[in-house]
Design a protein around this ligand. Structure first.
Ligand code: SF4
Length: 386
């Protein structure tokens, strides 16, 4: 089965107040226990060849590169021995600037990793402070140069926008610095206030005021113009790349290719069902060590859900959907919707037979998909972010 492999390494040097990912503080790290649990989970999860030959691999977190060099080396060696990597076309590891050393970068390259995704978030000191990041702009720039020296031709940088305290000038200067450095891939997200996080409590108390959606959309538009002028393609709602540097692993998510996720909080999809792993790191260990797969929220994907997902995911990408395919998914002709979306400047209907979101359409992708489904009258609308 054509699929991706995702491995979640949950430790972070410091916990950011806006973060809702499964994570644990580095001083509580138990790397040997984590590696043993991942091995055990993998043995339980792929007893058949179905998950045996991934096309893409992604180490996410947490901060995978927070692991000490020996543990990082051991983790890479385990993946190389446990899976047939002969068809792997991309192996990405997430990293943060703090604690990223030449030694760790060399271990990643020697281990077969060819793509690094760096959590820079911003090059404005006030924004980094509000986000609770422990690196400054100088360290961020050094880390990018370090990764390039280590031979990471495909380097991706995560940025966060719509952060209280940011300035348009500062955001655009940051983007310009990344362009000047030749960073070929950017993932740009607007700050979400996730329930239960320290940031959410600050917002509730009124000590932090989030930016409104219009301001966030405005930032995206300005950034998009800057990146388009530099030759980047806005190929998905949150992603820009120079030609040939699009993320293959994420492409799998957007095209509903199956993926196996291992580790605390990891998500999986086998084509017929989706599930999420236990998020709490200690409970994850306990369940795996007692011989239980740590799965939660196993949800069968019905035909209607699959069609809804395919529409939402298809209209998140600049290449869009084939019109006949979209009509089959929606179970209805789309003439009225297509004309409405075209006249609103949200989609292009060329080449004939395709529906492709415009730059503006990518900003309102969820709305245009919701409208399509509402008009077809057949399908439920999922929450934003599907
Ligand atoms: S470094 Fe990343 S995973 Fe870790 S706490 Fe911060 S945002 Fe979350």
């Amino acid at each position: 089965m054509e699929h991706g492999l995702y491995i979640h390494l949950p430790y972070c040097r410091s916990l950011c107040p806006y973060c809702a990912f499964a994570k644990a503080a580095l001083h509580r790290a138990e790397p040997e226990r984590l590696l043993a649990a991942l091995r055990r989970e993998a043995e339980m999860a792929h007893p058949t060849a179905a998950w045996g030959r991934p096309r893409t691999i992604f180490f996410g977190g947490g901060t995978p590169t927070a692991l000490d060099p020996d543990s990082l080396r051991a983790c890479l060696a385990w993946v190389r021995s446990a899976w047939d990597l002969s068809r792997v076309r991309e192996w990405t590891v997430e990293a943060n600037p703090e604690g990223l050393t030449d030694e760790k970068l060399a271990i990643l390259r020697e281990g077969g990793v060819d793509r690094l995704s760096l959590g820079i978030q911003s090059l404005e000191p006030t924004v980094l402070r509000l986000l609770g990041r422990i690196h400054g702009p100088e360290r961020a720039l050094d880390a990018m140069a370090q990764a390039q020296r280590a031979g990471f031709r495909t380097l991706s940088v995560d940025l966060m926008v719509a952060v209280p305290g940011e300035t348009e000038v500062g955001v655009l200067a940051g983007v310009a610095a990344l362009v000047d450095l030749g960073v070929p891939h950017l993932s740009i997200y607007s700050l979400q206030v996730e329930p239960g996080t320290p940031l959410a409590r600050k917002v509730e108390r009124g000590s932090v005021l989030p930016l409104d959606a219009d301001a966030a959309a405005d930032r995206y538009e300005r950034i998009g113009e800057r990146l388009a002028a530099a030759g980047y393609r806005h190929y998905e709602v949150s992603n820009w790349a120079l030609p040939g540097h699009e993320s293959r692993h994420n492409e799998g998510y957007w095209t509903r290719r199956p993926y196996l996720g291992l580790g605390p909080g990891a998500h999986s999809f086998n084509g017929a069902a989706r599930w999420r792993n236990e998020e709490d790191v200690t409970r994850y260990f306990e369940r795996v060590e007692s011989g239980e797969l740590p799965r939660e929220e196993v949800e069968e994907v019905t035909r209607e859900t699959a069609a809804t997902e395919a529409i939402f995911l298809g209209l998140r990408r600049a290449r869009g959907l084939r019109r006949r395919y979209a009509e089959r998914l929606a179970g209805a002709a789309l003439d009225g919707w297509a004309e409405w979306a075209r006249s609103a400047g949200a989609v292009r209907l060329d080449p004939p037979g395709r529906i492709r979101p415009t730059e503006r359409g990518l900003l309102v992708s969820h709305e245009i998909s919701s409208d399509l489904l509402a008009r077809s009258g057949r399908l439920d609308t999922p929450a934003p972010g599907c």
